[in-house]
Write a protein of this length. Structure first.
Length: 196
C-alpha cells in the first residue's frame, strides 16, 4: 500500500486531486478533520490550547470555538507555530492508527491530505509527496467562495502559509491546478506510482 502525502497552497485544489486519487482505490485522510476530532476529544490538547490562546477558545460544551481559535492562531507566525506544536503530535499519532487500519482492509493507497504535511513531520510517513500549486489570485477567489469569507480573511490564511517555493522544493511531485494545465494529465505520474 502506498502512502501519499498531499499538500500545497491553500485554495490550490488539494480536494480535487484527492477525489481523483480516491477513484484509483485510495483512502482519503483529511488531516484537518482528524485535527478537529483530536482537538475536540483530547483533554490534553484542549488544556494546552486554553493555556496558549485563552480559556474562551473552548466553549461550555467542551468543543473548540474554531473561528475564535483561527483568528488568534493565524494572527501571526509565532501563534501559528504554537498551534502546530500543540496539535501536530496528537494528529500524527491518530493518522498512523488510520493508516494501519486501512492497510489491513486492503486499500491500494492512503492519501494524507495536509496543508502542514512538511511542518508536522507527517511527510516522514509517506512513500512520496505531492504539492498542488495555483497562483495567488486564483486561490484567493477559490478560498473566498469555498469558505464564504472576506478577501481580508482569505489573505490572512494565504499569508499564514509558506510560499510556493517551499512546496515545490520539498515535494516529490508538483501538480499545477489552473488553466491551461489539465489536472487529469498532471495527475498521471501519481496514478502510475499507485499502480506500481
Amino acid at each position: 500500500m502506498k502512502i501519499i502525502g498531499l499538500t500545497g497552497l491553500t485554495g490550490a485544489g488539494k480536494s480535487t486531486v484527492a477525489q481523483k486519487l480516491m477513484a484509483y482505490g485510495c483512502y482519503h485522510i483529511d488531516a484537518d478533520k482528524v485535527a478537529r476530532d483530536v482537538i475536540n476529544n483530547s483533554e490534553d490538547v484542549k488544556n494546552k490550547l486554553k493555556e496558549r490562546f485563552g480559556e474562551d477558545v473552548v466553549m461550555v460544551d467542551g468543543t473548540i470555538n474554531r473561528p475564535l481559535l483561527a483568528s488568534r492562531a493565524f494572527a501571526d507566525e509565532e501563534s501559528t507555530n504554537a498551534l502546530n506544536e500543540i496539535t501536530h503530535p496528537a494528529v500524527t499519532k491518530e493518522i498512523q492508527s488510520i493508516i494501519k487500519d486501512m492497510s489491513e482492509i486492503g486499500y491500494r493507497g492512503v492519501i494524507i491530505d495536509a496543508i502542514a504535511l512538511f511542518e508536522s513531520g507527517e511527510d516522514a510517513l509517506c512513500d512520496f509527496t505531492v504539492a498542488v500549486i495555483a497562483p495567488k489570485e486564483i486561490r484567493l477567489e477559490r478560498i473566498m467562495k469555498r469558505d464564504n469569507i472576506t478577501e481580508e480573511k482569505a489573505l490572512e490564511r494565504i499569508n499564514a502559509q509558506k510560499d510556493e517555493s517551499f512546496f515545490t522544493k520539498k515535494a516529490d511531485f508538483v501538480l499545477w491546478n489552473y488553466p491551461p494545465y489539465d489536472i487529469n494529465v498532471e495527475i498521471r505520474p501519481i496514478v502510475a506510482q499507485i499502480q506500481l
